[in-house]
Design a protein around this ligand. Structure first.
Ligand code: B12
Length: 297
């Protein structure tokens, strides 16, 4: 029997690896931790929830389907001091649940409705690169043809049996002679000395924390460039040149709404209403007012 093992679903790319690599993935992450290359706070906040085993709901899982979903930057406009202030939300923050649901439907349509697909909690970049679906950029994120780094990654355990695409991790050839991202990163999260990001210095790590946590003193106000996350290393990347102007507008906030968001006092129906509006743009109240204050200042 021949199996489909690498294909496109609309603009999404799909690749499979065997679940026999789960131990190797865990060992890789754990060894980085033991070598002291992963800050304990980053490990606890993001990596400790990975599950390197078959899900209880799909014990007959055989493969992991890794998927790259192209996504634009999102733009929302805050009206402030009688001026429209457009702000950016990087790719990957929007429509997470909707995308996963849609992908499951598309995968079943493509491979057969008898197969099951259960979302995996695993390190997606590593999976994407090990499957050959994507390549690492020097800025530590992954790149695919045409859409560069503008894609969301996800993965599903499945009982579908595919060819195993496991391979050595690769870095974009274009990165060999380019240091633009390292030079542009203002926080020193990227250095020549190591490939792995110093995540604890990444602006995204700091502005994804709940708003009660103030930015450290070493963060210069002029560095803030997105309402959440950061676009600096992706914006300077020559590989992204052709998609840099790919934006989707997801709403406007009036002067009154902006004033409310800057107030930091959110209760009752007003809070619920504005949170719904924020969610359409991949945001929520948890990073307000800090991130908006930092941008509008
Ligand atoms: C933790 C995390 C963060 C942390 C830490 C980032 C990090 N580098 O780990 C913080 C909060 C800082 C962060 C920031 C961002 N993140 Co993030 N994050 C994650 C998360 C939850 C896990 C990432 C992870 O596995 N880290 C562990 C490290 C060890 O893995 P790794 O980076 O792949 O490291 C490997 C390489 O360094 C490699 N390696 C080491 N040496 C060498 C040498 C060579 C030559 C080679 C080839 C490889 C190599 O080995 C390491 C181990 O495998 C994933 C979601 C998920 N479930 O996977 C999203 C995810 C990685 N993030 C994502 C995004 C978009 C971002 C931001 C761009 C958001 C933004 N715009 O602000 C920034 C980018 C920061 C940056 N330049 O890396 C996307 C990436 C999509 C893409 N195109 O790559 C993901 C996949 C979310 C998603 N569902 O799409 N993130």
């Amino acid at each position: 029997m021949s199996f489909v093992s690498s294909f496109k679903l609309n603009d999404c790319l799909v690749r499979f690896v065997s679940i026999t690599h789960l131990d190797e993935i865990r060992e890789k992450i754990e060894s980085l931790r033991q070598e002291g290359l992963l800050a304990e706070s980053v490990y606890q906040d993001y990596l400790s929830s990975f599950k390197y085993r078959k899900p209880a709901s799909l014990t007959r899982a055989k493969s992991i389907a890794v998927v790259a979903v192209p996504q634009p930057q999102i733009r929302v406009t805050f009206h402030w001091q009688s001026k429209p202030m457009p702000v950016v939300i990087p790719p990957t923050y929007i429509d997470v649940i909707k995308i996963n649901r849609r992908l499951r439907t598309l995968l079943k349509e493509r491979l057969g409705s008898n197969y099951r697909f259960v979302r995996a909690a695993l390190p997606f970049k590593y999976l994407a690169v090990r499957s050959g679906l994507a390549q690492y950029g020097l800025n530590n994120i992954t790149y695919i043809p045409k859409y560069g780094s503008f894609h969301r990654l996800t993965a599903f355990f499945t009982d579908y049996v595919s060819e195993d695409h496991w391979q050595e991790p690769r870095i974009l050839e274009e990165c060999n002679a380019c240091r633009k991202c390292i030079k542009a990163c203002p926080t020193g999260a990227m250095t020549e000395k190591r490939f792995l990001l110093k995540a604890e210095r990444c602006l995204t790590y700091l502005n994804e924390k709940p708003a009660e946590e103030v930015f450290p003193d070493w963060v210069k106000p002029s560095w803030h460039n997105a309402i959440i996350g950061c676009m600096i290393c992706q914006r300077v990347c020559p590989y992204n040149r052709d998609i840099l102007n790919w934006y989707e507008d997801r709403g406007e906030f009036s002067q009154a709404e902006t004033t409310y968001l800057l107030s930091g006092k959110y209760t009752g129906r007003n809070a619920a209403r504005i949170n719904r509006k924020l969610r359409r743009a991949g945001l929520d109240l948890s990073s307000f007012p800090r991130n908006l204050q930092a941008l509008l200042r």
